[in-house]
Design a protein around this ligand. Structure first.
Ligand code: UD1
Length: 344
């Protein structure tokens, strides 16, 4: 066993895939989640894939007393990967206080407890949303942070600053901040994947749910952008590739290989793919005709953004390996599995 890692939000989409990769790499995983946007079924999925059932406690990271009890009960946690957060951009505009409380207080609680319980490092789930609309693409880590377009985006920026300030103040912890581009797809086993509550806000679950008939039609938000086909461009990254980067980050922090107490990396493929291109890829690999229509732009959307991932490639030795076809096929197989199980 390599060490005990606390994964907050570990029953969620990226968290569950990361728990699998941590266990595959020999780490002992303790998952906490308040199950506000996921179910404990993913614990079964993680066990089926890895043969190991991770420890799971239903707990909200805003519950400071609950967290203290957790660290007492599961002594020896060496690192944290902090996924637990609310992430619907539109909802954050309607309920800003909910987002500020959920996403910021939870991080403060963890940071405060880390030195007390001798936890050495924290990997923080950030987002390319901190760059706003880039002046140039691909975008690297030195690009300026732009004013956030939503309270959700603001929580990511503020949390990055909280980590930096805390460590600058002399706190005896390390951190690696990971800025994700657009994670998509599912584990090839189809035991875990993305399962949003209610109507999906993100593109890929909306595509697969439309293809299987849960949704009538996909709305493509805008075809009048300044891009080759007029639809927005994103850097869609396979969720298993993304999960693997977290294991490397934990190895790096706990193995004292970090060059700075806070390090920051973009996690993307380096390729921009448009919304309409992604739909074509899906139609090809799933062999279905997708029912979609072009509608007006969605407020707050970025026109085009894709990563310059060279820093992660060189410093972490991590590269996104999966291609977009296999990734979209994995998302479709996951949707078919959900249908088979009668879930959706
Ligand atoms: C958004 C956030 C990102 C966050 C992520 C998590 C911004 C600018 N980006 O990513 O920080 O981490 O959500 O949920 O706040 N689309 C459609 N039809 C749909 C759904 C989406 O056309 O039904 C289009 C969007 O207009 C966009 C693209 O698909 O161009 C990707 O959208 P989405 O999956 O929601 O991700 P982002 O908006 O890039």
């Amino acid at each position: 066993m390599k060490g005990k890692i606390l994964v907050t939000g570990g029953t969620g989409y990226i968290g569950s895939h990361t728990a699998v990769e941590l266990q595959n790499a020999g780490y002992e995983v303790v998952i906490i989640d308040d199950l506000s946007n996921s179910t404990a079924d993913s614990i079964d999925g993680i066990e089926k894939i890895t043969g190991i059932r991770p420890v799971f406690e239903q707990l909200d990271c805003n519950d400071l007393e609950g967290l203290k009890k957790l660290f007492e009960k599961h002594k020896g946690i060496q690192g944290i990967i902090h996924f637990a957060a609310s992430k619907a951009v539109g909802e954050s505009v309607e309920k800003p206080l909910l987002y500020y409380r959920n996403n910021i207080v939870s991080l403060i609680n963890l940071l405060e407890l880390m030195p007390k319980y001798d936890v050495k490092g924290i990997v923080f789930s950030s987002s390319c949303t901190v760059y706003g609309e880039p002046d140039v693409n691909p975008i690297d880590e030195t690009a300026p942070i732009k004013p956030a377009a939503s309270p959700y985006g603001n929580t990511k920026q503020i949390n990055e600053e909280i980590i930096q300030d805390y460590i600058r103040s002399g706190a005896t912890i390390k951190s690696i901040i990971l800025r994700y581009f657009n994670p998509i797809g599912a584990h090839p086993s189809t035991e875990i994947g993305e399962l949003p509550n209610g109507v999906p806000q993100n593109l890929v679950p909306y595509i697969t749910q439309t293809a299987i008939g849960v949704r009538k039609e996909l709305s493509v938000f805008g075809d009048d952008y300044n891009t080759p086909d007029g639809s927005c461009i994103r850097d869609f990254i396979n969720v298993v590739d993304l999960a693997k980067a977290h294991v490397i980050a934990i190895d790096r922090m706990l193995g004292n290989k970090s060059e700075d107490k806070v390090e920051l990396f973009n996690l993307g493929t380096g390729n921009g793919v448009s919304v309409l291109e992604l739909i074509r890829v899906f139609e090809k690999v799933a062999d279905v005709k997708l029912n979609y229509k072009i509608v007006g732009r969605r407020e707050g959307d970025i026109e085009k953004i894709w990563a310059e991932p060279t820093k992660a490639n060189k410093v972490l030795g991590w590269t996104a390996k999966e291609n977009i076809e296999d990734t979209m096929l994995s998302a479709w197989k996951w949707q078919l599995k959900l249908r088979e199980k009668g879930i959706m």
